[in-house]
Design a protein around this ligand. Structure first.
Ligand SMILES: NC(=O)c1ccc[n+]([C@@H]2O[C@H](COP(=O)([O-])OP(=O)(O)OC[C@H]3O[C@@H](n4cnc5c(N)ncnc54)[C@H](O)[C@@H]3O)[C@@H](O)[C@H]2O)c1
Length: 314
């Protein structure tokens, strides 16, 4: 299948592009290297993709560059490009509004030219539910951060295009994805790097906030499975094993063999208190279920951090 992955230099987009290639698909990867975390990090995500048969990278900003010629042959579009993370969304709203909404609108207009499009998968987030994101897809959407608001607005725009213009839309709402290549601003990445270098760890809030952890490979399995989903559906995508930040820190401490030194700071505005996906629908419709348990997933992420350190030192 001819696929387009937006956000292809990011954590999930680069991993998805690799999976699609491995499964025999062709991939056009689009990314503009938004400097929200360092470009070399994203370049190393892409390193295993560039030059591979079946993969073509397009450095383009969806907000301003036309991508019509790159998407018109697509049979599947996976729209992962976005400004993620909630912290900066309070102070840099224009960046979030433009990357999460304007960019989506421009992409949606570009894919109107894609005559053979079978699926448009929109990567949404548990943040659309707000502070208590625990349950199935019928939970009311009450985002409590500009990030969540702009991601929900992008989702609604896709829905509008689906209803009015027949966009073959499927929405996946991701719940805290972790594993190799996790973004450096995300908690587990920060925790592991700090433990490996003996630094104190900043915990925002009381550490009892709970996350519905999704290992990257399980996330990719669900994204691929969603190609077979009925058009118009929304699915929660979460790993099934919830844990508080303090539990995660303790498990990571055991894996790394370190006793973390914690510094507590005030909870950040818009932080979610509880996330936990009820994925009954994903299982019922697509037969998906998570396969990687939390301890195993965390261990694989720690191994990846070790490897990065070794490579950086070489
Ligand atoms: N990682 C998670 O736990 C998580 C949870 C919920 C939802 N999501 C969603 O999944 C998607 C991928 O997240 P990620 O963690 O891989 O983030 P990421 O930041 O690693 O990847 C996103 C990529 O999109 C690119 N991008 C942003 N704006 C762009 C634009 N205007 N034009 C072209 N490229 C642009 C960035 O440069 C980046 O490489 C996002 O849509 C995010 O909202 C992620």
């Amino acid at each position: 299948m001819r696929c387009v992955v937006t956000g292809a230099a990011g954590f999930i987009g680069s991993s998805l592009s690799e999976r699609l290639l491995r499964d025999g698909h062709e991939v056009v990867g689009i990314d503009s290297f938004v400097p929200y975390y360092p470009r070399p990090f994203k370049e190393s995500n892409l390193a295993g993709l560039l030059g591979r048969p079946g993969f073509r990278f397009v450095a383009a900003d969806l907000r301003t560059d036309s991508v019509v010629s790159h998407v018109m042959e697509a049979e599947a579009v996976f729209h992962l490009a976005a400004m993620p993370g909630l912290v900066r969304s309070w102070t840099d709203f224009d960046l979030y509004a433009s990357c999460n909404l304007t960019a989506t609108e421009r992409l949606l207009n570009a894919v109107r030219e894609a005559g053979q499009l079978r699926k448009f998968i929109y990567a949404s987030t548990s943040s659309v539910y707000g502070k208590y994101a625990s349950g199935d897809e019928t939970l009311p959407t009450r985002p409590c951060s500009p990030y969540g608001v702009t991601k929900l607005a992008g989702e609604l725009l896709c829905r509008g295009m689906a209803e009015e213009r027949g966009l073959p839309l499927v929405v996946l709402r991701f719940f805290s994805v972790y594993g190799p290549r996790q973004r450096p601003d995300m908690a587990y990445h920060r925790f592991i790097d700090a433990m490996l270098s003996g630094q104190p760890i900043t915990v925002f809030g009381d550490g009892h906030q709970v996350r519905g952890n999704t290992y990257i490979d399980d996330c990719l399995d669900a994204i691929i499975a969603s190609l077979e989903a009925p058009v118009g559906e929304i699915y929660n995508l979460g790993g099934g094993e919830t844990a508080s930040m303090l539990e995660i820190l303790s498990r990571l401490g055991d894996i790394v063999g370190a006793k973390p030194v914690l510094r507590f700071e005030r909870a950040r505005e818009g932080d979610q208190r509880l996330t936990g996906a009820d994925t009954t629908k994903l299982k019922r419709h697509l037969g998906w279920q998570p396969r990687v348990g939390l301890d195993e997933g965390l261990k694989r992420q720690v191994d990846w951090h070790h490897l990065r350190q070794v490579r950086a030192a070489a």
